[in-house]
Ligand binder design. Sequence first.
Ligand code: RP5
Length: 169
Amino acid sequence: MSHSGPSPQTPVAIIMGSQSDWPTMRHAAEVLDTLGVAHEARIISAHRTPDRMADFAKAAKADGFKVIIAGAGGAAHLPGMTAAMTPLPVLGVPIQSKALSGQDSLLSIVQMPAGIPVGTLAIGRAGAVNAGLLAAAILATTDDALAERLDAWRTAQSDAIALAPVDQD
Ligand code: RP5
């Protein structure tokens, strides 16, 4: 993505280790779409495409990105290795792996040594949605219009919650 040159108006990069991560990571893309935040999604594997990862991470800031969302599963090195090669904030989404239900992904991403932070979200869809919301919140600190859209999104969410439960069976 760095080589073809993302548009300077694209503040969020969504990267993931595999095509198989997209059903989870698309939820980050969808919430960013809802909030009107431009983003690009790319498959970048720390293990299978290490040069692609390094090229992306080293160029990400100069390419105009402001926040990186990185999803990975299993031995999930992508968020941490990306964070090691960019000054941009990196939000890590642990993918719910088949073998260990994402516990492996979570621990791989969250247990960064002091000095290189990764903001780690929940396993799976909730983490992807919240990574999108958190990226938007970060950008909203310097974008009043986005801050208003984010406030409206949260108000709508609150308004959609019924006061009393109903029987559904
Ligand atoms: C990780 O390996 C990816 O992030 C993915 O969650 C996991 C499995 O990848 P596939 O074997 O499904 O391509 O790098």
